[in-house]
Ligand binder design. Sequence first.
Ligand SMILES: [Fe+2]
Ligand SMILES: [Fe+2]
Length: 203
Amino acid sequence: MKNLLLFAFVSIFALAGCNQAKPVKTIENLKGGIKGETTASAKYAAFAVKAREEGNDTIAKLFDAASKAESIHAANHRKVLEGLGETMADFTPEFEVKTTAENLMAAIEGEIYEATTMYPQFLADAKAEKVEKATKSFTWAFDTEKKHAAFYQKALDAVKVNAENTIAFDYAVCPVCGNTYEKAALDEKCAFCQTVKEKYIMI
Ligand SMILES: [Fe+2]
Ligand SMILES: [Fe+2]
């Protein structure tokens, strides 16, 4: 009888464990997000070096700012992944460096993919699997990438007519969510996460 009761208890606990299924899609998406954001950060840092080589310090500053933002997104996604008891294997970011105009086009393409395809799917999965921390981290990145796409488009338009001096030179990046501002247009508190502007990273 005792053994039977014990068996019943063990069975109930085992079943309860099965109900707390791992958020499989979100774990894969977090890994994909870390890879994408880490690659974007390294790629933009290399694009900044190339822009400076071409004498284009203004565009280099934009790449610096976006690179910093992407590194914050990668770190946020990683924290969520590790909070779920998962880790991911090391990898080497792969990208190509071309001319600054071409690099801007590649950057726009990447940001638009993330903002229109990748993060909307990641967000739908995280909400369905009820992983709130992933939803927050993906939302911060999603909202930032839309701004990056707009900054890059403005920069590309300027480069095409040799008017780089018409775009911003100084940027600020929120250290918590990666939100990116032109320095001339800061919010007192980050519009995405409410961090106060004194804490922004000035680029
Ligand atoms: Fe971005
Ligand atoms: Fe923020």
